[in-house]
Design a protein around this ligand. Structure first.
Ligand code: NAD
Length: 403
């Protein structure tokens, strides 16, 4: 059978440790036999980031802007322990942070649902996608401790030097604390567009929530920007697609999410997204069973796994020991990127290959063949734990039947 060809290159960002090993195996076993892979390769492994003084990360982000779709392997974000391990001259920044800043994107995380691995909330029969705003609020704050007898004020000086003041609190009775937060209209608008575009992509409703009844200027501004953009740019498209944009208070949203069946995108402010994405991923089972995609407001996509480099398994692998590392999230990063490439290039055979690859992966687990992490939580009676490579071979057997 002739291999499927690709019109436009896909930006390929290689990574570190166990996921770098899986990356190679996935390509050899599940991709290269079927697709004439046309990628522009960037090695974001820590060794090469050090050699290029992190230029490679910036170059890969620029390439993503140029071609529109990237797939990324998990990478090490260096800490003190990594400095001697990789002979680093600097504690290079998180590549994900660098790429996110370059693309001004929003990260969408969706659980991959398989039979036998039941969510802790039994009514969640469809996935809930969390979209987290990645700019500002408490993550870019200024804080102070204030001593008794002080008066704290918010002061804004405009470009002509005129001051506007608002009392925060008169600390007459005891010491205390204050905090200054900000956000930008442009960033909020970018977030709103990314979420509303993704809703159209997935044909799913978009929920957004904040605390605008209490925060009448700050959170209210988020609510207004979302509503304006929806009304002016998306309302007709949403009505045509039979989906809706829905705003409610954050406490009401949490109650509705728990009672829901899933099947929508939940847009969260930065802090809410931080907290809720961990709750949702835990409730669905495992970080290795999540897709993760960074979407920029102008429609650039970067697909990745939601987990890290699985360091502990890598050290076992280096000692020649058997590992049973879950490659599902990395496989879905590839299938997501290939499908998007296919959609943009008008090559339906590439989209169809991506569908089959995902189907074969899910079928393998539902047949009872799985890695150690899933073996611990699967409710299937016939389950069998396999090593990292056998898991890929088993997917290949099922993929061959679907091709
Ligand atoms: P990790 O996700 O690699 O591992 C956390 C825990 O989950 C470990 O117990 C691990 O064994 C388990 N786990 C994760 N993915 C698994 C999989 N696919 N199969 C089986 N078990 C899995 O996170 P960590 O240990 O905190 O970090 C390791 C390295 O990864 C660090 O250097 C960190 O900087 C990096 N990291 C990268 C990303 C990214 O690139 N997106 C995200 C998080 C962490």
């Amino acid at each position: 059978m002739a291999k499927i060809t690709m019109k436009t290159p896909l930006v390929e960002m290689d990574g570190d440790e166990m996921t770098r090993i899986l990356w190679q195996w996935i390509k050899e076993t599940l991709l290269e036999p079927y697709v004439e892979l046309n990628t522009e390769y960037y090695d974001l492994g820590l060794k090469h980031r050090e050699e290029t003084k992190d230029q490679v990360t910036l170059d890969s982000a620029e390439a993503t802007k140029k071609y529109g779709v990237a797939v990324k392997c998990a990478t090490i974000t260096p800490n003190a322990a990594r400095m001697p391990e990789y002979n680093l001259t600097q504690m290079w920044k998180s590549p994900n942070g660098t790429i996110r800043a370059a693309l001004d994107g929003t990260v969408f995380r969706t659980p991959i649902i398989v039979k036998g691995i039941e969510p802790y909330i039994p009514t969640w029969t469809k996935p809930i996608t969390i979209a987290r705003h990645a700019y500002g609020d408490v993550y870019k704050n200024t804080e102070m401790r204030v001593s008794k007898g002080s008066k704290a004020e918010l002061v804004v000086t405009d470009e002509n030097g005129n001051e506007t003041r608002e009392l925060i609190h008169d600390f007459t009775k005891c010491d205390g604390i204050i905090q200054g937060l900000h956000n930008l209209d442009a960033s909020i608008a970018g977030f709103a567009r990314a979420c509303l575009n993704y809703g159209l992509d997935l044909k799913q409703d978009v929920w957004f929530a904040s605390k605008d009844t209490i925060s009448k200027k700050y959170d209210h501004r988020f609510k207004d920007i979302f509503q304006e953009i929806y009304d002016n740019e998306y309302k007709e498209k949403y009505e045509a697609a039979g989906i809706e944009y829905f705003y409610t208070l954050i406490d009401d949203a949490v109650a509705r999410v728990i009672r829901s069946n899933g099947g929508y995108i939940w847009a969260c402010k930065n802090y809410d997204g931080d907290v809720m994405s961990d709750m949702v991923s835990t409730a669905y089972g495992s970080l290795a069973m999540m897709t993760s995609v960074l979407v920029s407001p102008d429609g650039i996509y970067e697909y990745e796994a939601a987990h890290g480099t699985v360091q502990r398994h890598y050290y076992k692998y280096l000692k020649g020991e058997e590992t049973s590392t879950n490659s599902v999230a990395t496989i879905f990063a590839w299938s997501g990127a290939l499908r998007k490439r296919g959609e943009l290039d008008g090559t339906p055979e590439l989209c169809s290959f991506a569908d089959k690859l995902e189907k074969a992966t899910i079928q393998t687990i539902e047949d009872g063949v799985m890695t150690g992490d899933l073996y611990l939580i699967s409710k299937l009676d016939n389950k069998k734990k396999v090593d990292s490579k056998t898991f890929l071979d088993e997917i290949k057997v099922r993929l061959e039947k679907l091709m």
